[in-house]
Write a protein that binds this ligand. Structure first.
Ligand code: NDP
Length: 322
């Protein structure tokens, strides 16, 4: 099969198209012909070596396609089923094996590509807004990188929960997209002090939660946005990792909370996975959650997809089509 393989970590050039053996499903696994796979920021962290993975490896951990074969003890899916999954490595390929316990049936009314686009970022937006900090009606919330893949979905879910949503973005074009997704206020954090703006918008009170995926460049400002006992949800580091932090600041800034959550822990059981994926795919199917699939690249162009994502050029979702 054709697949992208990484033999050493580094820049986008380490994503090499190779001919590799098609995997065989073992017990509890299915072999899936991939129709589309998602490109996510975590793929960049693994490619760079910021997150460790044994070498060589096939990158990617989100896809959707059609079941071609099932191993023993995998009767919950059958050949021909349309399925989607995330959090299982090796999806930048024509075929992949995945544990059937991680597969979600793609409902009627949505395309396989939409399912591939919705799983990882959609369930992330879901757990952030419903569980990590469960948004209450009339909460004012800040979403960083509001025109990004997670950002556009998180804005929509926060609005659905009744929040007043502020979003940061780097350009006027991205601001328009964030507003179209429902953001009440957009802040160009490349031009203005976003913490001061949040204080101004809340008459000095601050807000109960900041969803921060940008990390290094936004962390201090995010803390400065919070009202006493507010929560900083640091869920990524698109600008780089946050340096070591003195916990006493949580006290002096108003008994604040910080959490560093990850999707794996919020989809740890089959029940939770099915519930979150069901909500996300159901909302896509009924049209109440809009996906923005900005660009679909050929598998061979995976390096270009990474370059575009890491250079802040993109909005919404990027897919690879094997
Ligand atoms: P995005 O589409 O959001 O792309 C990243 C965005 O971050 C950019 O478009 C850019 O938006 C912003 N950004 C700010 N500074 C930089 C910088 N120096 N370099 C690059 N981008 C920058 O990506 P995803 O939706 O795929 O992921 C968003 C974040 O969420 C990532 O950090 C990812 O790791 C994290 N994540 C975490 C999960 C978890 O469970 N913890 C799960 C899924 C994603 P702008 O131009 O507007 O500033």
């Amino acid at each position: 099969m054709r697949a992208i393989q990484i033999t050493h970590t580094g820049g986008a050039e380490v994503l090499q198209l190779r001919e590799l053996p098609t995997p065989t499903p073992g017990p509890g696994e299915a072999l899936v012909q991939i129709e589309a796979c998602g490109v996510n920021f975590i793929d960049i962290y693994l490619r760079e070596g910021r997150y460790a993975s044994p070498l060589p490896f096939i990158p990617g951990q989100e896809a959707a396609g059609v079941v071609l074969a099932v191993g023993p003890d995998a009767a919950s899916v059958k050949v021909g089923d349309r399925v989607a999954w995330c959090g299982v490595p090796a999806t930048y390929a024509q075929f992949a094996v995945a544990p059937v316990a991680r597969l979600i049936a793609v409902p009627d009314g949505i395309t396989t590509r939409q399912a591939a686009a919705a799983m990882l970022q959609g369930m992330t937006a879901h757990y952030l807004s419903h569980s990590t900090y469960a948004i209450q009606p009339n909460d004012a919330v800040l979403v960083h990188a509001g025109a990004g893949g997670v950002g556009l979905l998180l804005i929509q879910m926060a609005k659905r929960l009744g929040a007043r949503v502020f979003a940061t973005v780097s350009t006027d074009g991205k601001a328009a997209l964030a507003r179209a997704a429902g953001a009440d206020e957009t802040i160009l954090y490349t031009r203005e002090d976003f913490a001061a703006k949040v204080r101004e918008l809340t008459d000095g009170a601050g807000i109960p939660v900041v969803y921060d995926s940008v990390g290094k460049t936004t962390f201090d400002g995010s803390l400065a946005c919070l009202r006493p006992r507010g929560t900083l949800v640091l869920y990524g580091g698109s600008s780089g990792a946050v340096p070591p932090f003195d916990l006493i600041q949580l006290s002096t800034r108003g008994s604040l909370y910080i959490t560093r959550p990850t999707l794996k822990d919020y989809t740890a059981t089959r029940e939770e996975l099915v519930q979150r994926a069901g909500d996300v795919l159901g909302w896509v199917a009924d049209g109440s959650l809009k996906l923005r699939i900005e660009h679909s690249y050929a598998l061979a162009d995976a390096a270009q997809a990474h370059r575009d994502l890491e250079s802040r050029k993109t909005t919404g979702k990027l897919l690879l089509i094997p």
